[in-house]
Design a protein. Structure first.
Ligand SMILES: Nc1nc2c(ncn2[C@@H]2O[C@H](COP(=O)(O)OP(=O)(O)OP(=O)(O)O)[C@@H](O)[C@H]2O)c(=O)[nH]1
Ligand SMILES: [Mg+2]
Lengths: 225, 331
């Protein structure tokens, strides 16, 4: 297995057919999968990306957008450190539902989850029904990140993941500063690293700073608070 | 045992025939699949295939009576695979789907079609081009397949299964099959909000896995792989999602004749056939393997292994009560 510094778990959520699975395929295989079928339950994918000089491994759960799968997909929020809420810029309904997905993420996921709104299908310019401006305002009001993507052309796809990963890294590094200031572990990582479940959203990898801070811990273990 | 009723968990459940017994049980005039596949030259195989189809034709002349009088023989024949050209007919018989038409002689399907808008039409039209995207029939947006698929889905939403049915029958018959599946085969629970049936299947499956392959169960648990990650598709679509066609139809032959138990058996068989590799792997590799197993496993080996896995009469029912009890007293 390739070495990495951190392991982050992400979830892809949003209405059916907005392009979540295509975004995942685009990220991992660098190609657009034509004629994909709707997701049943969940799909999984992983990729190592470079973020501010760190190698970050993303484990990504692509959930089914159809309402009836909600009971299966709900359990995948719990461990996620990052969430991508995807809507389709050519379909206003999917944009309006963003707020419901956000509410879901806020109630089901850990408190400090990093969230980005993703307006997908940006290649369909003449069918656009949601402007960049209104979506970015909405994101700002709700204190989440925002970007547009096209799974078809690949535009913006990797950026979305990098942006969220960066935000999580910042949170961790803020935490590290606290360590250096002698505040200790407690409270620091609470929320960010949840030792109670192995589904925990952030793990430190073999080369992790966090491990250096506590050499007694075996590498690549889930850090406990 | 019941002769005509649709199988429940309890239905046709004497599962004591393993594959080897299966061969001996087969009357000499009914060559087993393995025998048919034996090397004997193309001509030999062609003739024996023809003979096999002929035997099935005879059965089909009065399949209801054959089913009553030769229950076990029919069951064995079905486990060997129904000939493709007779499949549509046999499936409809097994599910007794056409009963629907005698119950609703006034043309229920046509009437439903005239309903201006089905409740979930939006979902359906989005779904439509995405179900069986690769099959020739369905590739064109308003090609032959898609229009009829759309019509059936309008009355009942159930994509992949509908796609499979339409390869063997016309839309009105497929509609009746769907009705039978939802009702007699209890699949309605797979589509209600909250997926109550799927949840129960996961529970039963996990307990069966624990009983049949305790070490593998523990290994998967230690690697945090749980059934929702790989088995949702298996249960929701009864192996019509992403499985090779041959696997799909063989499982469906048995599913329609014997009921839900075969789904658990095939699921366990998929794990059994790959357990050596699974033991060596961790989280990601396991998931990857289980997701892709669909394409690597051979239909005959899979069905054979599945049938060799015994799930004694009543076990599924027991697990069901256990599941219901657990739900009643939240932990
Ligand atoms: N033009 C264009 N089409 C896209 C893009 N992304 C996805 N699509 C199309 O949108 C449809 C839905 O894509 P999926 O990725 O399967 O949608 P999903 O969000 O995963 O849907 P569920 O699995 O049902 O939740 C497919 O027909 C894709 O071809 C994009 O960036 N541009
Ligand atoms: Mg999807």
């Amino acid at each position: 297995m390739d070495a990495y510094d951190y392991l982050f778990k992400f979830i892809l959520i949003g209405d059916s057919a907005v392009g979540k699975s295509c975004i995942l395929t685009s990220l991992i295989e660098n190609k657009f999968k034509k004629g994909s079928s709707h997701t049943i339950g969940v799909e999984f994918g992983s990729k190592i990306i470079n973020v501010s000089g760190k190698r970050v491994k993303l484990q990504i759960w692509d959930t089914a957008g159809q309402e009836r799968y909600r009971s299966v997909t709900r359990s995948y929020y719990r461990g996620a450190a990052g969430a991508l809420i995807v809507y389709d810029i050519t379909n206003r309904d999917t944009y309006h539902h963003l707020i419901n997905w956000l509410a879901d993420a806020r109630t089901l996921a850990r408190a400090d989850i990093s969230i980005i709104a993703v307006g997908n299908k940006s290649d369909l310019k003449d069918k656009r029904a949601v402007t960049f401006l209104e979506a970015s305002r909405c994101a700002q009001e709700n204190e989440i990140l925002f970007l547009e993507t096209s799974a078809l052309t690949g535009e913006g796809v990797e950026e979305v993941f990098v942006k969220v990963a960066k935000m999580i890294l910042n949170k961790i590094e803020d935490g590290m500063q606290h360590i250096e200031e002698g505040l200790g572990y407690h409270g620091l990582f609470s929320g960010l690293i949840d030792p109670a479940t192995m589904m925990s959203g952030v793990h430190a990898g073999a080369r992790s700073l966090l491990n250096e801070a506590s050499p007694a811990e075996p590498a690549s273990r889930c850090i406990s608070c | 045992m019941q002769a005509t009723a649709v199988p429940s968990d309890e239905g046709a459940s004497e599962d004591d025939e393993s594959c080897s017994e299966l061969d001996t049980l087969t009357a000499p005039s009914f060559p087993a699949e393995a025998e048919r596949a034996q090397p004997g030259g193309k001509g030999w195989k062609y003739r024996s295939d023809l003979r096999y189809v002929d035997q099935w034709r005879v059965i089909c002349i009065d399949i209801d009576r054959f089913r009553t009088n030769n229950r076990d023989l029919l069951k064995q024949k079905i486990r060997h695979g129904v000939p493709d050209c007779l499949r549509g007919f046999v499936w409809q018989k097994l599910a007794a789907s056409r009963d629907l038409f005698s119950k609703h002689p006034e043309g229920l399907y046509q009437r439903l079609l005239r309903e201006p808008e089905a409740v979930c039409e939006g979902d359906i039209s989005r779904d439509i081009s995405r179900t069986f995207p690769k099959h020739l029939l369905f590739r064109e947006r308003s090609g032959l397949g898609q229009d009829s698929l759309f019509d059936v889905l309008r009355a009942y939403s159930m994509g992949f299964i509908t796609g499979l049915l339409l390869m063997y029958m016309d839309e009105e018959d497929a509609f009746a099959m769907l009705a039978a599946l939802l009702d007699k085969y209890q699949m309605a629970g797979l589509f209600r909000p909250g997926l109550p049936l799927l949840d129960k299947y996961f529970y039963q499956f996990q307990r069966l896995l624990q009983a049949h392959m305790p070490r593998l169960h523990d290994h998967l648990r230690a690697e945090n792989v749980d059934a929702t990650m790989y088995a949702s598709q298996w249960f929701m679509t009864v192996f019509t999602y992403n499985f090779p066609f041959e696997v799909m139809v063989r499982v469906w032959d048995i599913f329609l004749a014997e009921g839900i138990k075969i789904v658990f058996r095939v699921a366990l068989a998929i794990l059994t056939l790959q357990q050596d590799e699974l033991f060596k792997e961790s989280f990601e590799a396991i998931l990857h393997r289980l997701k892709c197993s669909a394409t690597t496993l051979k239909a005959e080996a899979l069905v054979c292994t599945a049938l060799s896995i015994k799930i004694p009469i009543g076990v599924l029912k027991e697990l069901e009560s256990e599941y219901n009890d657990n739900r009643r007293q939240p932990t």
